[in-house]
Structure formats: structure tokens, C-alpha cells
Design a protein around this ligand. Structure first.
Ligand SMILES: [Zn+2]
Ligand SMILES: [Zn+2]
Length: 444
């Protein structure tokens, strides 16, 4: 577990007096306040370098802050440590016998997940654990009129599981093939670490945690878009990329009531190993074969040509075992341009990430969704300029992202994020020029 100091919570009795000190005398900048109605608390965050102070004001007499102040007077209340996997952190602490106030993570301010450790376990200090990177701004949530919108983190549920959505006559099921880790700097390109590490906490090797979320579309036929990493890789590879497939596509397919035999079409956004690795599997004799025995596999011709003729810059991302057996088995269909793959589902070229990267546009009964693959891999990549350093043609990414975002905002498009560690799907929102994502609530 790696934890960094996120903020120090200070219980305040007289907010005006506190502001006179922290804002006026110290000259610190106070951020807009945020109410946490369930706690009867109003939080005022104060930026102080890498970390923050949090002035906590009670909004009702039954507030824990009111009781704290009444008993001990205003002062230091808690410290908050940011972790990258709060479920793992809580499990670890419990396994070591640390007394917890919250046995399970729960929603906190700014849409984060939190869990309090009892002061008796932390030598007299109240410690709050927090998982950032789930930040979905509440204010934006309120702007939407769709009652199905909610903060996905507010349920505190597992994030490696199945979520289901209805889009007109289609059923969309987001699966998970587990998690892996990539260099945080590479994931955010020109965005400085001081900004991105607020959204995704890097580990000691500077890697951030990413999910792999293939998408099932059930309509006239059953399609899977991308298929995660699969299970052909070596231990060395797993260590390098911090692979955690303890729950993977096999589990989530089964949880969705499906098996590999049910899949009619496998559609590739592109052929990088974290999207195409699951296209093939080793049989009992060790031979690599198509994993979905009945399926036709669909990929873009230009992407296929690049994957089968890699160069120094992209070679590490294209592993022939993931796609060459498809051609050998005669189950591969290459498409040359944007077209409908099955009713309601079409591919759209974006380029950018790779020269022939494509996203999948889904439409039924006037409702729209998009599987955006590596165009907008996580919710943190929603702003135009947050573009991966991995992208071969970042200016193409910018153009494609602007187009997609304009449509998504205009048409309330449900966006599926292939790599977000916490959120499978959501809606873009823009307030005061700031773009964010509101998680979509699934049907289950
Ligand atoms: Zn990729
Ligand atoms: Zn990817």
C-alpha cells in the first residue's frame, strides 16, 4: 500500500474567525465550499502546496463536528491519506487487526471513497483513507435531469464487476478483464504530474491503475467490443505491467450470463495487447486459437497492417499471438471505412492513438452511446488537452475528442470508458468551461 498526505482536517467553531486567519492573515486560497449533508458538515478546502487543509464547519447540532468542538474545542480533527485502492487498503488493515470505524469504504466529499481508521489503531490520530480518481463533481450531477444519474462511487461497490445498461432496444453490458498499470506520465502526456496525480495516484514505480473493460452489445446479435488482456502473458510481463486478473473476463462473462460460445462478433477498436489480448487463448496442446469459437472477428484494415508490420515505436504494443491466429483460422474480417457492423452499431475512425484507431458508435430508439477505447481511456481524460503520451498522432486525438465531446454533450451520449479504474460508463458535463464526467447508474 502506498499512501500520501491528502489533507489535514481542522474542526472550526467560528468560520469567519478561521477565514480571517487562514485566508486573510496566511494568504491561503479557500476553494468553494462543499456540503456533505449526510454528515451535517460544510467543508472548505484550503490549498497548501501538495496537500490541503480542510476547514470543517458543522451545519447542524447533531453533526460530529459540532460534538467534537463542544467536547474538545476547535482544532485538529483528522488527517487524510490518499491510497490508490481503498478496498485493498481496508482489507489489508483489517487483516492486520487494525480497528476500523468503517469496515467498508463509503462516499466522502468530492465524490471520493473514504474509510476511517479508529484513533486507537493510529496512536491517537483519527485517520481517513481516501481513494481519489473517482472524483465526479456533485454540482455537475445536479445539473442533469436524468434520475438514473448518480455517483458510481456513492455505492462503494466493487469496480471489477458487471454493469448493465439499456439503450433503446439494445442491452449494453460492461465487463472487466481485471487491472494493469502503466506509467502515469505516459498516460497523461503533457499534463504535469502535479495535476494528474490528483486524479490517479501513482505507485512506487510511478504507474497508475487502469481497468480493462470490454463491452457486450446484445441486439440482433451478440457482440463483444475488445476483450482485455487475456491470459497468454508471462510472469515477467505481469510484473512489468502490474497485472491483476484475479477477476477477469471469464468471471465477468459468466456473471453476465454469457460464455465464449455466445459471442457472434468480436470487434476491435485497435490491436494493442490490452484490447486484443483476449481475442485468442492457448488450447490444451499449447496452441493459440481464437477464444470465441463461433465468432467473426472484425478489425480495421489499416490497424491490421500496422499491427502486422510494427516499427520501433509501436512494436511493444502489438503481440502477434493476439491476432495472427485469427487470420490463420479464417475468422477475420477487415473493414476499410466507417460502417455499420450490426444494426445500431457502427465504427468510426479517430486515428490519434494509432493511425487507424476506431471507436464504436451505438444507437437505438434515438438514444446514443459510444465505446471510446483509447480516445478517452479514463474519465480523467475527458478534457481536450488530457491526451496520452502514448498516442502516435496526438493532434488527431485532439480533433476526434473535440468532435466526440461536442456530440456527447449535445446528445446526452452514454460514454463507455475502456480503462477507468472506477467508472465503466458516464455522461460528459461541462460547467464554466470545465469538463467532467457523471457516472451512469447501471440497471442492476
Ligand atoms: Zn491502445
Ligand atoms: Zn488501451
Amino acid at each position: 500500500m502506498k499512501a500520501v498526505l491528502d489533507h489535514v482536517g481542522i474542526a472550526v467553531k467560528d468560520l469567519a474567525a478561521a477565514l480571517a486567519f487562514y485566508r486573510d492573515a496566511l494568504g491561503l486560497e479557500i476553494e468553494p465550499s462543499e456540503d456533505v449533508p449526510s454528515q451535517h458538515v460544510r467543508a472548505h478546502f484550503v490549498a497548501a502546496g501538495e496537500s490541503k487543509l480542510e476547514l470543517l464547519e458543522a451545519t447542524a447540532p447533531e453533526s460530529a463536528i459540532a460534538k467534537y468542538v463542544a467536547k474538545r474545542g476547535p482544532g485538529l480533527h483528522h488527517i487524510t491519506l490518499r491510497v490508490d485502492d481503498i478496498h485493498a487498503a481496508v482489507t489489508e488493515l483489517k487483516a492486520r487487526g487494525a480497528r476500523m470505524i468503517d469496515g467498508e469504504p463509503r462516499p466522502g466529499a468530492e465524490g471520493a471513497l473514504i474509510a476511517f481508521v479508529h484513533p486507537s489503531a493510529a496512536h491517537g490520530v483519527l485517520i481517513e483513507l481516501k481513494q481519489a480518481g473517482l472524483v465526479v463533481r456533485q454540482a455537475h450531477h445536479e445539473r442533469g435531469t436524468d434520475p438514473s444519474l448518480t455517483l458510481s462511487s456513492s455505492k462503494g461497490e466493487r469496480t471489477d464487476t458487471v454493469t448493465r445498461y439499456t439503450l433503446g432496444d439494445l442491452e449494453l453490458i460492461s465487463l472487466c478483464d481485471g487491472f494493469f498499470r502503466l506509467d502515469g506520465g505516459s498516460m497523461f502526456g503533457t499534463v504535469p504530474k502535479t495535476l494528474w496525480d490528483k486524479r490517479a495516484l501513482p505507485d512506487e514505480r510511478n504507474r497508475i491503475r487502469l481497468a480493462m473493460r470490454p463491452l457486450i452489445v446484445r441486439g440482433a446479435r451478440t457482440m463483444i467490443i475488445d476483450a482485455g488482456l487475456g491470459d497468454k502473458d508471462t510472469e515477467k510481463f505481469h510484473d512489468m505491467y502490474g497485472v491483476d486478473r484475479s477477476r477477469n473476463l471469464d468471471h465477468t462473462l459468466a456473471e453476465a450470463g454469457l460464455s465464449v460460445e455466445n459471442i457472434d462478433i468480436v470487434l476491435a477498436s485497435h490491436l494493442h495487447f490490452d484490447h486484443a489480448g483476449g481475442f485468442t487463448a492457448r488450447d490444451a496442446t499449447g496452441r493459440v486459437r481464437p477464444r470465441f469459437p463461433r465468432a467473426q472477428y472484425v478489425a480495421r484494415r489499416g490497424e491490421w497492417d500496422d499491427a502486422t508490420h510494427p516499427h520501433e515505436r509501436n512494436r511493444a504494443s502489438y503481440l502477434p499471438d493476439n491476432f495472427a491466429p485469427l487470420a490463420d483460422a479464417g475468422v477475420l474480417q477487415l473493414v476499410d471505412e466507417d460502417q455499420t457492423i450490426m444494426p445500431g452499431v457502427s465504427v468510426r475512425w479517430t486515428g490519434g492513438h494509432t493511425a487507424h484507431h476506431q471507436i464504436v458508435m451505438i444507437e437505438s430508439a434515438g438514444r446514443k452511446a459510444a465505446f471510446v477505447a483509447d480516445l478517452m481511456p479514463t474519465t480523467a481524460h475527458a478534457p481536450d488537452a488530457w491526451i496520452m503520451g502514448y498516442d502516435l498522432y496526438p493532434m488527431d486525438t485532439l480533433v476526434a475528442k473535440k468532435r466526440l465531446a461536442a456530440e456527447a454533450l449535445d446528445q446526452d451520449m452514454l460514454i463507455f470508458f475502456a480503462h477507468d479504474a472506477a467508472i465503466a460508463a458516464g455522461y460528459l458535463r461541462e460547467t464554466d468551461g470545465r469538463r467532467d464526467v457523471v457516472a451512469a447508474r447501471d440497471r442492476s
